[in-house]
Write a protein that binds this ligand. Sequence first.
Ligand code: RET
Length: 243
Amino acid sequence: MNTLNFIIGASLQPGDFTGFTFFIGSVSMLAATVFFLVQHGQVDKKFKDSMLVAALITGIAAVHYYYMRDQWAEGLGSPTELRYVDWILTVPLMVVEFALLTGVGMAKLFWLSVVMLVTGYFGESGVTGMLDAQSWGAISGIAYFIMAYEVGCLRVFSDGAPSGAVGDALANAKGKIPSAGRMLQWFVLVGWAIYPLGYMMGTDGWYSGAVAALGWNMDIVYNIGDAINKIGFGMAVWSAARD
Ligand SMILES: *C/C=C(C)/C=C/C=C(C)/C=C/C1=C(C)CCCC1(C)C
């Protein structure tokens, strides 16, 4: 690799659809970061931390996307390690958003998100032969369901539905927080469900064959999921913060 190559990165080949979703990911995350930072200056003082965290989430992702695009363009395949490094930094920060809006649930959601991602990484990378990808995926899925319950995702179906402490706190908060909370619940319930679907696409024995026949792969699914969730989460928080 020469110096110029190092600075601008490897070139994507025309027709590389997956590569372009990495590229679009890096550009849209960067744009969202600028937007959230500018809005940080506009919102009320009590929402400044929330807006800063929104910018950190997309900012961290923008950097990872830049390198993931490069790894893909170099022909080195699916950037599993970079992907999970990105997630282990950004998903706990998404959890922080709930804590900033409600003041509760931080530790519990943090540890659940760590379990979800570490077991997912074990399953996807195959670094440990202890369990197969299906079993690791199932453990990860349980952590995901508990989190979804905890933040009140069932409330998207009915206001009185049971939920954890975070969901209760969102519903009882002042101002625009309950409606922003409802959006966040949709993201966790539907937006985050994109990831286990992508995982199953990449794991033999589920529907990986059908997906490959369509010319899709798990990276396309993860890239779409990240754009929707990371930018959408920040927009939902911003909707609570703006006048
Ligand atoms: C910005 C990145 C986000 C919001 C990533 C979220 C990732 C998940 C919700 C991943 C979940 C998984 C399962 C529920 C089971 C299979 C393994 C995972 C890690 C893909």
